[in-house]
Design a binder for this molecule. Structure first.
Ligand SMILES: [Cu+2]
Length: 152
């Protein structure tokens, strides 16, 4: 019994250690959305040393995705409105992202309150020193839910 408990304690410490490591990794980005239609960050920065980026989106609210769904969509600044409009037409079944939209650089699924999702993409799609925009393409949300991602 003691041995089992010790094993559980070691496992727990291991998990906590991994979580701390993941948090310290600058190539792992995190952002939250809430029921007030807001992201918790207006700027994200990716160091040029990252070969790959993983963006984790957490919905800190309680409302379902049909009412207050959030996603995270990365675009060139000039394409923000085009992508938002195309996404609206694509509907929730497509996560409000038009299938095959070449203006979309990377995107997560659309999630509801309490859910978490992530997307991993190579930094080879970004230009060093470049500034990009991210937005939520749920209809009407991008007016408030948008920010800047800097690379390098
Ligand atoms: Cu949203």
């Amino acid at each position: 019994m003691t041995r089992v408990r010790n094993a559980a304690a070691v496992l727990l410490l291991g998990v906590l250690g991994l979580a701390r490591l993941a948090h310290a990794d600058p190539c792992q980005l995190e952002i939250s959305g809430n029921d007030q239609m807001q992201y918790d960050k207006q700027t994200l920065t990716v160091p040029s040393s990252c070969k790959e980026v993983t963006l984790t989106l957490h919905h800190a609210g309680k409302l379902p995705r049909e009412a207050m769904g959030h996603n995270w969509v990365l675009v060139n600044a000039a394409d923000l409105n085009t992508v938002a409009n195309a996404g609206m037409g694509a509907g929730l079944a497509n996560d409000y992202v038009a299938p095959g939209d070449k203006h979309v650089l990377a995107h997560t699924k659309t999630i509801g309150g309490g859910q978490t999702t992530s997307v991993t993409f190579p930094t080879s799609i970004l230009k060093p020193g470049g500034e990009y925009r991210y937005l939520c393409t749920f209809p009407g949300h991008n007016a408030l839910m948008r920010g800047t991602l800097k690379f390098g």
